[in-house]
Design a binder for this molecule. Sequence first.
Ligand code: GAR
Length: 190
Amino acid sequence: MLELGVLVSGSGSNLQAILDAVAEGRLDAHVRVVVSNKPDVLAIERAARAGVPTVVVPHREFSTREAFDQKLVDVLTRAGVEHVVLAGFMRVLTPVFLRAFAGKVINIHPSLLPAFPGVRAQAQALERGVKVTGCTVHFVDEGVDTGPIIAQRAVPVLDGDTVETLTQRILEQEHVLMVEALSRVSAGLT
Ligand code: GAR
């Protein structure tokens, strides 16, 4: 059973996919805590609705990235978390965090890595004119979107796509991919 902590910054639709899969017995995991760096985001509401403890850690209240990361480590450790999922968490983590959860941090990214790392991945795909993009779940290392890949899904880019339509088409596949990738981790297949 995976003992998960989920870090979020926004709408939390990938968090919802995890919560639904756990509730329906499709994923052998327990979400121990959801941590957001932003207050009042939908992700926090989704966690609360599912009865999962939530903690807001506003990054602006910390003078360094390392101090913010240490606070995250403390919150997650106290909650009994073993694996951390970054589900739309929009902060880059420092070695302070990554060494505390070495090999146990999992991120979802809206492109077929190694293509289009970093921010605005969907816009980068449109600007480059690729015909296929997708999403990736990978272990996080000290680079940006560079760690070992767990699973990927391809998504076509269609004529007339905008950032919004492409983002939505990728997001639908992210929700499937997230559960598939966590199931692989849970089964020790990585
Ligand atoms: C998702 O598309 C995720 O892949 C992306 O943010 C969105 C969060 O949506 N993450 C990144 O771009 C990380 N660099 P959600 O809050 O509805 O899960």
